[in-house]
Design a protein around this ligand. Sequence first.
Ligand SMILES: [Zn+2]
Length: 510
Amino acid sequence: MKLSRVVVVNFLSLIIATSCTGQEADSALLTQAIPYAGTITPAALRRQLEVIASPQMEGRETATRGQQKAAAYIIRQFRDAGLQPGNNGQWEQFYEMYADTLLTGIIRVRDKDYYFGQDFITDLFDSQAENIDADHIQYIGYGLNTARFNDYAGLDVKGKVVLIREGVPGGLPREWGSSYNKLAAAKAAGVKALLVISPHAKNYSLLSTERIRRTGLYMPGEKSTAPNMYFITPAMAADLLGKPYDDTLFDSRNKNLRIPVHVRVPIHIQLDKKSNVYRPSNVLGYIEGTDKKEEVVFVTAHYDHLGISDDHLYPGADDDGSGTSAVIEIATAFAKAKAAGHGPRRSIVFMLFSGEEKGLLGSGYYISHPVYPVSKSVADLNIDMIGRIDPAHERDTNYIYVIGDNKLSSALRPLNEMANGLTKFKLDYKYNDPNDPEDFYRRSDHYKFAQQGIPVIFYFNGTHADYHQPGDTVDKINFSLLARRAQLVYYTAWLIANRTDRLVVDLDEK
Ligand SMILES: [Zn+2]
């Protein structure tokens, strides 16, 4: 595409304004980049995004069919653009994730069966499958083990089924009574299984049982080693204790109740669950460099989103369909440049992660199983939401948040600002403030690279009312803004990939 005259004029003024030789060299590099930037158009991005955020992609939730469809689509785009597979001849890097579903959840007290989701619940993620038979339980009060108040003092409950109540005695900090603290105390005491009386839950079937019968996705090695913690109704507690459960009566300070209470009662706990294995993927397209091809520049975004939930489709047009479309079009521009004899000196990996919305899982997997040595990984330019504006910029929409650019390399901001000489955004550095409560710097995939000392820039439009809502739709995307923001990333990548000096790593702000 032919260069617009306005851009040429602006760019000449930029070149004239610079003086030192390094900057002149960088300016010359940018001049070469301009014709291919023109291929990153609003129309091309719209074509991508209308597919990526379409209902047939089902919201692209990690480890679902929609995510696999999106991966297949991205691979076709990369292949058609002339990229090479980026994972040792493969387009995808697969990783394993699990989700557990409940098979059996029964607690039998004498001859009566109590059911998961009705009489008791337990967190299926934290709880292990188990099959316990015991002929007695111990009621020990609040189940606290603190310096001021210790229900476990002088007790041997190792290997036993222990019954406790929720909360803390009056006067103690409420947070002492958290499930986390009580479970830690039980674990330290060697408790076999912990039953917690929950007076507020008369009937657990009021909860969405479908949701609690299945865990979220998790990666291997994330499991706890604490005993299972079962929250039971007061009616079930009464059956166990052989008398009505009374919140006041069963207080540790009740002088009439000798705690611990030892109850002879046959109890059988059976929790069976099945682990389902999933294999989501990161998609990697590769453009080989010329004389510095061992060094690799990453241009990344995440292609997963939130899927379909409660019959609502979450299209994720901005989050992060915008970044996914941008990475495809930036890759296409670099491929065209290479075909025209302007291939990058360093190699470029265009990577679309999955698992971002589940907690940066795909990028986390990549960085612990890197295809390219971390020591040769020069930078990661990560795009997550660049097609919209946030409420703070409704009057002046010509902006982009630039995050992380000043944390590891003093050379990165000048390059991005030089690139922005062509795109002329107001670069908003607000979220570089380490004390910003939103903490966006740590909230997308680039952070996994930054933790390894790889300089990053995170390009971001901020959040808006449709963030993580079904209303994050294609019709609300500003495609001309999206195209220019993608061009900024493209120009910065071009500079990093082509300049003689590798990007220096001279700062250490994690
Ligand atoms: Zn998101």
